[in-house]
Design a protein around this ligand. Structure first.
Ligand SMILES: NC(=O)c1ccc[n+]([C@@H]2O[C@H](COP(=O)([O-])OP(=O)(O)OC[C@H]3O[C@@H](n4cnc5c(N)ncnc54)[C@H](O)[C@@H]3O)[C@@H](O)[C@H]2O)c1
Length: 360
């Protein structure tokens, strides 16, 4: 049986499984949070366990997932490669632990449904970590749109430029499985990264009812391609349309302490617009958020906007969920499934192909 929530009288006991690249963003917020105790960490690689040993002298450090599952733990946070999400996540839920799992929830609807079914039968909470919907400038953007000060939203444009220079050095192992994913069409830039943009859109405007995809490819090295340039366009149930452009600019330097990537989110409303100028990276030294209305621009310069800000805010939300201060997992399993359905729909659409014109 999972630990009953809320947990009121002691820290939340978290175990982390998978200590690769994203652990570098997930663990610091836990370590900094006074209401969280990291009680166990697990990875197949001894070097990754050693990496965190100085910060976690009292925690169980093990290569064996069963040892974690047998420990006194409230939430198991799964940070393993996406192809392993269903297997590892199902074991966590069947062992009776609450599960937090990274985006994308899974690589297929079957795997996603395995996780949802396991959560249902165990009674445990399933939370999919989506840091973008906790990134403070985007939270403010949502508040501005919902306030009605710009009138009814009429469209959104999302832009991602993946740059090759700047940012941290991603672990070679993370590159390996990510590039492998591209081979069956679920690649790093659309399946893995555009998940964030689709999740953001669903969080802002609800379920997607129609989607188009046009996914190209760029060869990085013989046998290794990335799934860009890509363009996705979709319509939400309410009728609002969104376009997303994903471009690869490998020789561009883009300042970042984390992933290097130029990302923009612009919501156009009847009376004006609101634009977020960066997410993962530091970007150009612009305000992170700008609002245009009636011939004037309002700029926001003091919202926390580091590439790790969404991870800190998401950790606070996990604590609030475990403490009973909120009932909404953000993202819950059903919402994550909606995002996956839309993403797979875009890839199906792309398979059908664009119209090639016979030019002379
Ligand atoms: N939220 C974000 O912005 C974001 C960014 C990057 C990655 N991610 C997600 O995080 C997940 C991990 O990605 P990553 O980049 O950290 O990958 P990674 O390859 O760097 O790390 C994965 C780690 O899991 C370990 N591992 C693999 N199988 C294991 C098992 N059965 N038990 C224990 N440990 C195991 C590996 O040894 C490795 O250290 C993916 O789902 C990815 O999509 C999310």
């Amino acid at each position: 049986m999972p630990i009953p929530l809320p947990i009121e009288d002691r820290p939340i006991r978290v175990a982390v499984v998978g200590l690769g690249q994203i652990a570098e963003l997930m663990l610091p917020p836990y370590l900094a949070h006074p209401e969280v105790e990291v009680v166990a960490v697990c990875d197949r690689e001894a070097s990754r366990l050693e990496r965190w040993a100085p910060e976690l002298p009292g925690a169980l450090r093990t290569k064996d997932l069963d040892e974690v599952l047998a420990a006194e733990v409230d939430v198991v946070d799964v940070l393993v490669p996406t192809p392993l999400h269903a297997d590892v996540g199902e074991r966590v839920l069947d062992a009776g632990h609450h599960l937090q799992i990274q985006k994308p929830i899974a690589r297929s609807l079957d795997d996603c449904d395995r996780l949802l079914a396991a959560a249902e039968r165990s009674g445990a909470r399933l939370r999919v970590l989506e840091d973008y919907v906790f990134f403070p400038p985007l939270v403010r953007l949502q508040e501005i749109v919902r306030s009605g000060e710009l009138g009814e939203p009429v469209g959104m444009h999302l832009k991602v430029v993946n740059t090759g220079l700047g940012g941290w050095d991603v672990l070679p192992t993370a590159w390996e499985w990510q590039l492998e994913q591209t081979k069956d069409g679920r690649g790093m830039l659309v399946f893995d990264h555009a998940w964030h943009q689709l999740a953001l859109a669903v969080w802002l405007f609800g379920p997607v009812r129609t989607i188009l995809g046009w996914v190209g490819e760029t060869e990085l090295a013989p046998g290794y391609t990335l799934d860009a340039p890509a363009t996705l366009a979709w319509e939400h149930e309410g009728g609002l349309r969104v376009t997303l452009d994903i471009t690869l600019a490998v020789d561009t330097f883009w300042k970042s302490d984390f992933y290097s990537c130029d990302e923009r989110v612009e919501v156009t409303c009847r009376r004006g617009s609101v634009r977020c100028n960066r997410i993962s990276a530091a970007g150009k030294q612009e305000p992170s958020l700008e609002v245009y209305r009636d011939g004037e621009v309002r700029s926001f310069h003091t919202i926390p906007d580091g590439g790790d800000a969404g991870f800190h805010a998401s950790t606070q939300h996990l604590v609030d969920l475990c403490r009973g201060r909120t009932a909404d997992a953000v993202l819950d399993g059903a919402t994550a499934r909606q995002v996956l359905v839309a993403l797979l729909g875009a890839l199906d659409s792309s398979q059908q192909g664009a119209v090639r014109l016979d030019l002379p």
